[in-house]
Design a protein around this ligand. Sequence first.
Ligand code: SF4
Ligand code: SF4
Length: 383
Amino acid sequence: MACLMFGQVLQVLPKREVVVGIGSLKLDNLDTLIEKVLDGYLAYGPIAKDGEYAFELIKPGIKPYLGCAVTMLPAKHVLQPVNQMLFSFWLGNGFKIEEPALDTKLAILGISPCDVHAVLALDRVFGGTFVDPYYWERRKNTLIIAANCTEVARESFCTSWGTGPELYSNYDLLLTEIADGYLVEVGSSEGEEVVKDLGLSKATQSDLNDKALRLERARANSRKKLPITPNKLHKFLKDNFDHPAWVRNADVCFSCGNCTFACPTCYCADIRDEVRPSRNVGVRRAEWDSCQILEFSEVALGANFRRPRIDRFKHRALHKLSWMKQQYGLTGCVGCGRCVRWCPSWPERRGRITSLADPVEIVADLMEPREKFKIERPGSTIV
Ligand code: SF4
Ligand code: SF4
């Protein structure tokens, strides 16, 4: 493999040939597809774990869940591992580095539409001005087998962003649960290769109608919505930059970082060298990091650009809801609802299940009259 250093010229993700002729197919038994995928790929999917779902390696005999699973962590760890070795190095007698092989064929099976949109956002981040070749090597070897959501989880608000419950493009295969199996849509030649020997029958008009009906029902039943249209958010947030709701909310944030680790579009990592000077060897690692943690913005001599907690709280919300769109052209929130679920501050407000990290609640608070928020310590500087 070529030397993988940051800033290298972009290795563009090869545009996959979109298959138009094969049409929609019908899959009666999911096991046949899983077996075929496991034959050629290291596959990850939502697996039941401790009463929740987690994107984990699919092993023979363990079926991934293809309903609307707000998994504990999103599938981003397949493309950007929580802790990855970038390379090992030798310092003695001439500098030498060795990089890990990243050519394993990967598959993400059962990824939901909003999470696919999150992967597209990560593509912009890691494939833009500064390229992360580690992400990109994995990404171009990854098969996306998405699953439409025939019900929307109570924490999710994908319909506000248009990121779910239905996916229209950017998949290799797309599955939708129907009355007696799955409708399979093929989006690329790689996807076609997977299903071509499975002996699938052509889907009937009644199968297509079934899909349309289920997704329409999912849309209609999805209750959670952003209280403002996405195209008005940038100006709205700018106009409310000094709204007292920020202080009230930031004061009860634990700065734990859960909301960022769980978010499918958060991508920050800390890079550090672990060196064993006695043996002249070391490894460089990248490990997930969070802008909510105090030390994240610390620089030389202990200076910190976001020491007050409110600065970190605001940074996350504004980056997700506004700045990421300005920077990368795609929203930094896809409405998956993970931050709602995993924030330990879970106040029951307005009679809804919500949390401090919930983008819907953050916007709703900023719409309230300023006088409603009694601030005992204006301009909070709590760290
Ligand atoms: S901000 Fe929350 S709801 Fe939006 S994508 Fe991230 S985790 Fe999901
Ligand atoms: S908003 Fe919630 S999850 Fe995020 S850092 Fe604060 S307490 Fe933790």
